[in-house]
Structure formats: structure tokens, C-alpha cells
Design a protein around this ligand. Structure first.
Ligand SMILES: NC(=O)c1ccc[n+]([C@@H]2O[C@H](COP(=O)([O-])OP(=O)(O)OC[C@H]3O[C@@H](n4cnc5c(N)ncnc54)[C@H](OP(=O)(O)O)[C@@H]3O)[C@@H](O)[C@H]2O)c1
Length: 255
């Protein structure tokens, strides 16, 4: 049987598209979640927007709006489909995001930040939020700091000098998080892929060329045989943005 998306491609009524694509992605995420139930860690979905040439932004320290209005609405729906939403401290410092569901109905996920040096500004919107308190995953040493604005979760530093992502996911699982949407930025996206911990991807490709700061950096890959692959592949257009989604598979994994 072919992709269920194929029957919708082409000339969908403008207003119908977001609902259809949301339902398709929700069903796909649920199916995938069921297949992961034995793993005892949250399902990790990468969700971000890039230009045709693979850039997230013009530079790491500034924000660039790439998605159109419908893709942005889809992003908010995707947030509501996950227990947690995770970004790196680089994204907090560059974008000052809220990470809430605002463009559609639905519950906001638990905000989570990876921040080994505890650079999280007290004045950030996540720290000041009247909603759910932000969880900041940090080193054991920094986790002893007194911070009334956020909850600190200690995790050991891994072999690359960053927070150990396996332990970070374990800590989230112990706190009841069963699914995490990883929204960025590049270093965090690359870290999850390099560790083989990104299970699925929903990518918005905006029709622009940016140069700039690429979404995925060095993965430590040296041959075609080592490439993570995406399958099955689903695609849909939201106006002039292309939405692509699929499961990530790593060489050597049981399929
Ligand atoms: N287009 C989009 O959809 C989108 C989405 C999000 C962000 N962005 C853009 O992305 C840019 C920011 O990206 P970025 O790469 O500079 O920062 P980032 O990925 O948001 O954060 C990276 C930082 O997270 C911390 N970290 C802790 N443990 C980590 C681990 N295991 N793996 C990776 N990082 C870990 C590190 O800081 P410590 O060493 O201090 O812990 C690291 O420098 C901005 O321009 C932002 O606008 C775009």
C-alpha cells in the first residue's frame, strides 16, 4: 500500500490542508510511538524549518523566520502532540522562545532546555513564564545552583563534552515524558542524530536560499554506508512550504 499522503497531493482545498496533514502526522507519530514502547525512553521527533539550502538561520546568534503561516500552525499542532519540547541554550539566547501552543488549540508541552553551563537568563521568556516551569538539564555541579525561576535536572557530561543525551532522555522518562519534540538549534539537532537518538523527523522546507547556518553539522560520518536514512518518506505542500516527514533509521539497527 502506498503512502496515505499521496491521495491528498495536488489540489487540496486551501483550508482543508492543515487538518489533513495534522491528522496524518498525528497517526504516524502514534503508530511509531507504539512500536517504541519497549525502549524505556521518550520518542524523539526532530521538528524544524530550513531553507532549500539547509539553513536554520543566517547565523547561530540570530533568529530567522522561515515558515509560512500554515507551516507555523502545523508546528504548534506538532508541539501539542508531544509531552515535552526541547531546545539548546543557543536557541534560548538567540530567539528567546516561549515554546507554547498558541496558533491552535491544544496543551503546551513541558519546555526543556539543554544548558550545561547554566547560562539560562533569568529574564528569558521561558524563565518568566506564568505557565509550566521550564526544566533545564545541566551538569551536576550547576544543578546545585539556587534558581527559583526554573527546575534544574542534573545529567553527567558525555564523551563529547556536552550533556549525555542518553542520560538526559532517561531523566525525562523518569519524570513521565514519553515523547519529545526537538526544535533546535543545529548543535542539538546534530547531537541527537549523531547519538542515533532522533527517531523521526518533520521538516519544513521554505523556498529560500540563505547560505548561513546549516541545520545539521558534522555527524562524524565517513561513508555512504554510515548515513542515517529516512523511510518511509511522506511529503505534503503547505502553500509554498514543503513538509517532509519520516522515521529515521541508523546503520546496523534492527528494523
Ligand atoms: N529554523 C528553525 O526551525 C530553528 C529552530 C531552533 C533554532 N533555530 C536557530 O538555531 C540557532 C541556534 O542554534 P545553535 O546550534 O547555536 O544552538 P542550540 O543547538 O540551540 O544549543 C546548543 C547548545 O546546547 C548546549 N548543549 C548541551 N548539551 C548538548 C548536547 N548534548 N548536544 C548539543 N548541544 C548541547 C551546548 O551549550 P553548553 O555547552 O553551554 O551546554 C550547545 O552549545 C539560532 O540561530 C536559532 O534561531 C532555528
Amino acid at each position: 500500500m502506498g503512502s496515505p499522503c499521496l491521495k491528498y497531493m495536488g489540489t487540496l482545498p486551501f483550508a482543508a490542508m492543515p487538518t489533513i496533514i495534522c491528522e496524518q502526522i498525528e497517526q504516524w507519530l502514534q503508530d511509531h510511538r507504539r512500536s517504541m514502547q519497549t525502549q524505556q525512553r521518550p520518542q524523539v521527533t526532530l521538528c524544524y524549518a530550513q531553507s532549500w539550502d539547509g539553513a536554520l538561520a543566517l547565523s547561530p546568534d540570530e533568529s530567522l523566520a522561515l515558515s509560512n503561516a500554515q507551516s507555523m500552525r502545523l508546528t504548534h499542532r506538532l508541539r501539542s502532540m508531544h509531552d515535552g519540547i526541547l531546545v539548546g541554550i543557543g536557541t534560548v539566547l538567540a530567539d528567546d522562545p516561549q515554546l507554547t501552543v498558541r496558533e491552535c488549540s491544544g496543551q503546551s508541552p513541558q519546555p526543556i532546555v539543554l544548558d550545561s553551563q547554566l547560562r539560562m537568563p533569568r529574564a528569558s521568556r521561558l524563565s518568566q513564564s506564568q505557565g509550566q516551569r521550564c526544566w533545564v538539564i545541566t551538569s551536576a555541579e550547576q544543578a546545585q545552583s539556587v534558581r527559583e525561576d526554573i527546575d534544574l535536572i542534573p545529567v553527567a557530561i558525555g564523551e563529547h563534552g556536552s550533556l549525555d543525551l542518553v542520560l538526559a532522555l532517561q531523566a525525562l522518562w523518569q519524570r513521565g515524558i514519553r515523547s519529545v519534540m526537538v526544535e533546535g538549534g543545529a548543535r542539538v539537532i546534530s547531537g541527537f542524530v549523531r547519538a542515533g537518538l532522533a527517531d523521526a523527523i518533520v521538516l519544513t522546507v521554505a523556498p529560500s536560499l540563505v547560505g548561513g547556518y546549516k541545520a545539521i553539522g558534522n555527524l562524524g560520518i565517513h561513508s555512504r554506508a554510515q548515513l542515517p536514512r529516512i523511510a518511509p518518506l511522506h511529503t505534503q505542500r503547505l502553500e509554498d512550504d514543503l513538509i517532509m516527514w519520516g522515521n529515521l533509521h541508523y546503520p546496523g539497527e534492527a528494523r
